[in-house]
Ligand binder design. Structure first.
Ligand code: HEC
Length: 77
């Protein structure tokens, strides 16, 4: 099995549930920010900010899944 981390924006590889949730919840208003663009700590703060500004409502589970994708994606690479 070969895992390809493609650089184009169209996801051709299977998405984790965290990534799918992130794309569903977080990319309707702006471009898809890539996980490596911010540190895990910064991502947590960014999600807090999006929630504080009422841009998005996440359950604790959804938040954890999205953060897992954004900050802890090493398991997928
Ligand atoms: C309803 C629209 C909307 C949704 C949904 C949304 N955002 Fe945003 N986001 C914005 C707007 C507007 C800005 C720019 C203004 C600002 O920075 O507050 C922004 C800015 C950002 C930025 C760049 C600015 C910064 O603070 O670094 C990031 C990263 C980001 N959003 C991540 C997310 C994530 C992660 C989610 C999902 C949890 C999300 N956004 C959901 C509207 C949205």
């Amino acid at each position: 099995m070969v895992l390809v981390t493609a650089c184009n924006s169209a996801p051709s590889r299977p998405m984790s549930s965290g990534e799918r949730l992130y794309r569903a919840k977080c990319t309707s208003c702006h471009r898809v920010y890539e996980p490596h663009e911010q540190s895990p700590q910064k991502w947590a703060a960014t999600i807090d900010k999006m929630e504080a500004e009422k841009k998005v409502h996440l359950s604790p589970d959804e938040r954890a899944e999205i953060l897992g994708y954004l900050g802890g994606s090493s398991a997928l690479r």
